[in-house]
Design a protein. Structure first.
Length: 151
């Protein structure tokens, strides 16, 4: 019996395996720096969430010059040389956007966190997504010192 390739690996014929969806429907994507792993993550987002991920990514890219992208812990991260300021993650019923210094944004995103600095924006299917407000939060978040791995 032929061994199935792991998520993101090629099979014997050279065809890439579709990324596996973890519990909650989040794509399992290998860690990596740059736009390509983030594009892979977004392409693997299930159903309506893919269009949401595409729009989030587009607004972030339009709002922040010199943007850094990566996939870590099966989630896309966005940052600058000052650190990471935003990430998002798929759940069964919504996409959760995490602003790592969200409590410092004006106004802060609506979702509270157990961590004092972090605020969330949950986007559900059919929600009216205020792109102007989101872009403002992204610009504000990018101007703050970000989260650095290992802190």
């Amino acid at each position: 019996m032929a061994k199935r390739p792991r998520s993101g690996q090629a099979d014997a014929a050279g065809n890439a395996a579709a990324p596996r969806l973890l519990s909650g429907g989040n794509p399992q994507i290998a860690k990596g720096e740059g736009a390509a792993p983030v594009a892979d993550y977004i392409a693997a987002m299930p159903g309506w969430k893919r269009a949401t991920g595409e729009r989030l990514d587009a607004v972030i890219v339009e709002s922040v010059p010199g943007l850094r992208k990566a996939v870590k812990w099966n989630s896309p991260f966005y940052g600058s040389d000052e650190g990471w300021f935003l990430s998002f993650h798929c759940f069964n019923a919504y996409v959760k956007v995490a602003f790592f210094r969200g409590a410092d944004l004006d106004p802060p995103p609506p979702g509270a966190s157990k961590q004092a600095d972090v605020r969330y924006l949950d986007i559900r299917e059919g929600d009216d997504f205020d792109e102007a407000q989101f872009a403002d939060w992204v610009r504000q978040a990018a101007s703050l010192p970000g989260w650095v791995m290992g802190q």
